[in-house]
Design a protein around this ligand. Structure first.
Ligand SMILES: [Zn+2]
Length: 245
């Protein structure tokens, strides 16, 4: 992954006594370029650790060991893990979260590339900081600050998390494969991919009604429409079982 460093003056060095325990997903309400200049200006007094563009660009504005200024305001939070001091005061969530901005606005569709890139970035963060990749630890900004719709109406956080987990299993070689030869027929035009999930690169495309031979399958691929079974071919390509019969 190619990360461009564009360090912002808007951050607090270190994290007091805290460390990253959760990841906050934001939408830029604008372009990556506009966000670059906004975060690089000391006048804005805001930042995030990363910005992800629609074409998969990744810009880093603040180091993960430092505190970015992305989720410091709290209003009617719905996030169950929000921290309070013993006397009931909210602790600034910036100290214990990593913030990722995404290109677009609250009504724009996320590209597959932006999903895949963000998932890869999050997966590495989860590994670095031992953050569980689940819905409690990967949250939308509005779960802290309910006056905002950030990250908008189009992003599917469950899908993002599934991509994070799909890749983690495959990268660590933890998916269990069952070797079993067979043949199936494609129901629709179907993508073959480098791994068992939509996060993986498309390696080939086959039309409907084509017979495909497989060498085996896993039940631990990305869950699509409730189905996580993916076949693999002799060449090491993968395809989703829901697209064949
Ligand atoms: Zn936000």
């Amino acid at each position: 992954m190619n990360i461009t460093s564009l360090l912002s003056p808007n951050f607090t060095q270190g994290r007091r006594t805290y460390r990253p325990e959760a990841i906050v997903i934001h939408i830029m309400d604008g372009t990556l370029k506009g966000t670059d200049s906004w975060f690089l200006s000391p006048l804005s007094q805001v930042s995030a650790h990363y910005g992800v563009g629609k074409s998969g660009e990744v810009h880093q504005y603040v180091e993960e060991i430092d505190t970015a200024w992305h989720a410091g305001r709290i209003h009617d939070p719905t996030w169950p893990l929000i921290k309070k001091t013993s006397d009931g005061q909210y602790i600034n969530p910036n100290y214990y979260t990593i913030g990722i901005e995404h290109e677009g606005n609250e009504m724009s569709e996320w590209t597959d590339t932006m999903y895949a890139t963000s998932a890869e970035l999050i997966r590495k963060m989860c590994q670095r900081w031992s953050i569980p990749a689940d819905r409690l630890h990967i949250i939308g900004h509005h779960e802290i600050y309910s006056l905002k719709n950030c990250p908008g109406f189009k992003v599917d956080l469950d899908k993002l998390i599934a991509l994070v987990n799909g890749s983690t299993q495959a990268v660590n070689g933890q998916i269990s494969k069952t070797e079993k030869f067979g043949k199936v027929t494609t129901l629709t035009r179907l993508n073959l991919r480098a791994g068992p999930g939509k996060v993986y690169k498309i390696t080939n495309m086959v039309n409907a009604g084509i017979q495909l031979a497989y060498d085996g399958f896993t039940m631990q691929g990305e869950t699509v429409n409730g189905n996580g079974k993916w076949y693999y071919t002799e060449e090491g390509n993968w395809f989703w079982s829901g697209g064949v019969k």
